[in-house]
Design a protein around this ligand. Structure first.
Ligand code: FAD
Length: 384
């Protein structure tokens, strides 16, 4: 079915990203999955092609595009058959660096944006801690102002691009929250790799998304220059909340595009594989399951497209984004389960992409706000 939210320009962009992904990404994903990282050369190539700066202002070397250009990037990267590759790239382009254009000073933008866009600086977002994830206000990493620095002490967990990254968007407490306003007192900092007192304590081993590296980080009296405060001191949570809708939409986009690819792979398999004298695609029991999956995906796509166009238009869309994130990531997991089942024993084998998708997509009902948290947000808005 046609997608009405995209212009001809978006479709041209899609064509060029798709060609790049097919030629320069997909053939290597197995190697990167095994290595547990994507190579620096891929970042530089993405930069060279302009794909890391689609939405950034042209004066800093970006493409000056809209949010839907980033949706196109997410959809096309997710077709590479490695959730981890797409996740790493979109953490850089969509889940961390946009905070710089939104809240950064001119000096911060001049210092970092050109290198972010060129793929020379890889970005990570560090909010989650060993003791807290969903409850962001409970974070305990401290940042204490001492002269020209903020001194950071604490730890972060599950940080994507954290092992091999260069620039970290870190949330830390500059003041205690107050009763009824426990989200106040959090601030955001730009922390560069190599700063004394900042280290990667562990590379984490995980179920899926294996081509994206995931870190535990430690801050031990790490002195961050005061000019690296991002936005307003104490308003970090409010700043993050403003960006969360983008992150959640992108999670929905990645899950949905991966699921669409997994269903396409499954249809091809059902047409090809024969059992009891005919292609599996002829079996009514399987045809009906495929029909249900295709319908669920179409419904998820309608929700995601609607939320994405509201977001792109600058409209208030927290309910729509939460619904899109919840529904699309749950549907994508259903598709993954059925895709493996419909492949039979082959679906359990590493050489079949649906096996990897099954592991990768499990993340999406957890990261960027769990399904339970999405339901909390939606319930608050519909019930009060
Ligand atoms: C591979 C991976 C990559 C990640 N990348 C990043 C990253 O780059 N940066 C970053 O900052 N974080 C990252 N995360 C962290 C991720 O965002 C958190 O794991 C997620 O927000 C959930 O937090 P938690 O793990 O602490 O779970 P918890 O918050 O402890 O939740 C545990 C369970 O309780 C449920 N729950 C919690 N609160 C409620 C409630 N009020 N009502 C009902 N149920 C509730 C949850 O839904 C969940 O099922 C990543 C995680 C993973 C696994």
């Amino acid at each position: 079915m046609g997608r009405r939210i995209f212009s001809d320009e978006h479709e041209m962009l899609r064509k060029s990203i798709r060609a790049f992904v097919e030629k320069e990404v997909t053939p290597h994903v197995r190697e990167w999955e095994d290595a547990g990282r994507i190579p620096r050369s891929l970042w530089r190539r993405l930069g060279e092609l302009g794909f890391l700066g689609l939405e950034f202002p042209t004066e800093h070397g970006g493409g000056g595009g809209d949010f839907l250009s980033s949706v196109v990037l997410g959809e096309e990267m997710a077709r590479c058959r490695s959730g981890g590759v797409a996740f790493s790239v979109l953490v850089h382009t969509d889940m961390s660096s946009p905070w710089l254009t939104r809240f950064g000073t001119e000096a911060q933008k001049r210092r970092y944006l050109p290198r972010i866009i060129a793929g020379e600086l890889v970005c990570a977002l560090a909010i989650t801690e060993p003791g807290t994830g969903s409850d962001m206000a409970a974070l305990s990493t401290r940042a204490e102002r001492r002269g020209a620095h903020y001194v950071l002490t604490g730890g972060k967990l599950f940080i994507t691009n954290g092992v091999y990254g260069d620039l970290y968007f870190v949330a830390a407490r500059t003041a205690p929250g107050t009763p009824g306003r426990r989200h106040d007192g959090i601030s955001m900092f730009l922390v560069e790799r190599g700063l004394p007192g900042f280290s990667v304590s562990r590379k984490l081993d995980k179920m899926g998304m294996r081509a994206s590296d995931t870190a535990e980080l430690a801050f031990e009296e790490c002195a961050v220059p005061a000019e690296n405060l991002l936005g307003v001191e104490g308003q970090g949570f409010q700043q993050l909340a403003a960006g969360l809708q983008r992150e959640r939409l992108m999670a929905a986009v990645l899950a949905l595009s991966g699921a669409t690819q997994a269903l396409e792979d499954t249809l091809a398999y059902l047409r090809e594989r024969t059992a009891f004298g005919e292609p599996l695609a002829a079996r009514q029991a399987l045809r009906h399951r495929v029909a249900d999956l295709a319908t669920d995906l179409e419904a998820a796509r309608a929700l995601v497209d609607h939320a994405a166009s509201l977001y792109a238009g600058g409209e208030e869309c927290v309910t729509e984004v939460s619904m899109a994130k919840l529904f699309a990531t749950e549907v994508a997991n259903k598709v993954a389960y059925e895709a493996v089942q419909l492949h039979g024993g082959y679906g359990y084998m590493r050489e079949f992409p649906v096996e990897g998708f099954f592991r990768d997509v499990r993340l999406w009902t957890i990261a960027s706000g769990t399904s339970e948290i999405m339901r909390e947000i939606i319930a608050k808005r519909v019930l009060g």
